[in-house]
Design a protein around this ligand. Structure first.
Ligand code: GAL
Length: 423
């Protein structure tokens, strides 16, 4: 007969067996990840499908949480509400200082184990690994490097006004755009959404004022720089650009603008190299059907690194899913496949270059050159440079100016005031 103590011991023993059984079950459970991202355009979806395929081929169960909307502002709203509701997705596409913000709030799980096993400190360049760490520990995993400051042009359309290449200075751009306009051609395909306005704006900031000015304005948030004559000139150029877009630009998605260049209803687009993913997904050939050329930025490079952070979630299957996903993302083969679809270049070292086209090779060369010259800058429009609040304040002013008759002087003043309030 069992005494009370015996019963207790037996109960403990049984529960140990039971817990052990659960653990064994959990260890064998299928890795599972709900992945929040905004890759829904033609090229983006192809790249996202490559990640899903790799995950599934390695035994994972992918739960797709795609939130449409270029630039990811809609996706970030969904992410915030999911975290607030205590139900975060296992993995979410977040970037730059946002990674630090979420980590500071204690929302992110550590990736140090995978990072150590996979040697991330060796295979990731410090310019990228530093963005992925919080207090020296990995909390996010980089997918790629996108360049923002690109012109995408239709050579057949350029030829109609005798042009053979994209402009190399902003004066050249204005002269070419005037010619195109006079010939009845829309010079610039643009989608009027705040992040797209800001994509053009930050490129013009680099183009007219250079990297040191850009850093003072959007990394140091220096008040005098934000309200300087240099910034006034940027708004002058934005006003000119407003005259080079078609009347239907408000609200247009970026990939619809890319489509306009593809089908010849516009000559050029100023957009990050995810636009190349769109051309490629449509079967277009670089150098023939479309041209890629860095926009005039005084030999700068605006960098945008996509990455995933793993949120604190319960369940061994989910945690196994997070680790598997993180491991696969940094894999050489995956980085090659994904980035050839996405239009970006690998975030890790050692990926063979032979599958990459001339645009990607140019991006790789310029990335190295600008690291050496100190003119590599984090994109403000794509959340690499500032907090979300400051970025939001900048985007508001840029968009207000673009869609009104606000003077350049007023815009520069408003910009400085808004940043002061937001920081
Ligand atoms: C960027 C993102 C890219 C691309 C683009 C348009 O912010 O880094 O991967 O998806 O938005 O959606």
């Amino acid at each position: 007969m069992l005494t009370k103590t015996h019963r207790g011991v037996r109960a403990v023993a049984l529960s140990t067996v039971f817990v052990g059984g659960l653990a064994a079950f959990a260890a064998a459970a299928q890795p599972n990840a709900e992945v929040l991202h905004w890759w829904t355009s033609g090229g983006e979806a192809k790249a996202a499908a490559a990640l899903k395929a790799d995950f599934e081929a390695n035994g994972g169960k992918w739960n797709d949480m795609a939130v449409a909307g270029g630039g990811g502002d809609a996706a970030m709203t969904v992410l915030r509400s999911r975290v607030l509701a205590g139900d975060p997705p296992a993995a979410a596409q977040i970037k730059g200082p946002n990674i630090q913000d979420w980590a500071k709030q204690g929302a992110l799980g550590s990736l140090d184990k995978v990072a150590a096993a996979e040697n991330w400190d060796k295979v990731l360049p410090p310019q990228i690994s530093s963005i992925m760490k919080f207090n020296g520990k990995y909390v996010a995993v980089p997918v790629n490097v996108h360049r923002i400051d690109w012109f995408w042009a239709n050579p057949q359309v350029l030829a109609k006004v005798g042009a053979t290449e994209a402009p190399k200075t902003w004066d050249e751009f204005n002269a070419l755009a005037d010619k195109l306009k006079a010939a009845g051609i829309t010079p610039l395909a643009h989608g009027g959404q705040p992040w797209q306005d800001a994509t053009i704006f930050e490129t013009v900031v680099m183009g007219l004022n250079g990297a040191a000015f850009f850093k003072k304005a959007f990394v140091d948030l220096d008040d005098a720089t934000l309200r300087s004559d240099g910034m006034v000139k940027v708004f002058d150029q934005m006003r000119k650009i407003r005259g080079y877009v078609d009347k239907d630009f408000p609200g247009r998605e970026w990939n619809a603008a890319t489509q306009m260049v593809m089908n010849g209803t516009a000559a050029m687009q100023l957009m990050g190299d995810w636009a190349k993913g769109e051309f490629l997904a449509a079967g277009k050939v670089p150098g023939k059907d479309f041209l890629c050329a860095p926009a005039p930025t005084q030999n700068g490079y605006l960098m945008n690194v996509d990455s995933f952070a793993m949120f604190n979630v319960k369940g061994d299957d989910k945690q196994a899913g997070q680790m598997l996903l993180a491991k696969l993302i940094v894999g050489e083969k995956f980085q090659e496949t994904f980035n050839t679809y996405k239009g970006s270049i690998p975030a890790r070292l050692g990926v063979p270059k032979d599958k990459f086209d001339a645009c990607a090779l140019k991006s790789m060369d310029d990335l190295n050159a600008t690291i050496a010259s100190g003119t590599l800058m984090p994109s403000m429009a794509h959340e690499m440079a500032t907090s979300g609040a400051v970025r939001g304040a900048v985007l508001d002013v840029v968009t207000q100016h673009f869609n009104s008759s606000m003077t350049s002087a007023d815009a520069a003043k408003k910009l400085a005031d808004a940043v002061k309030l937001a920081k």
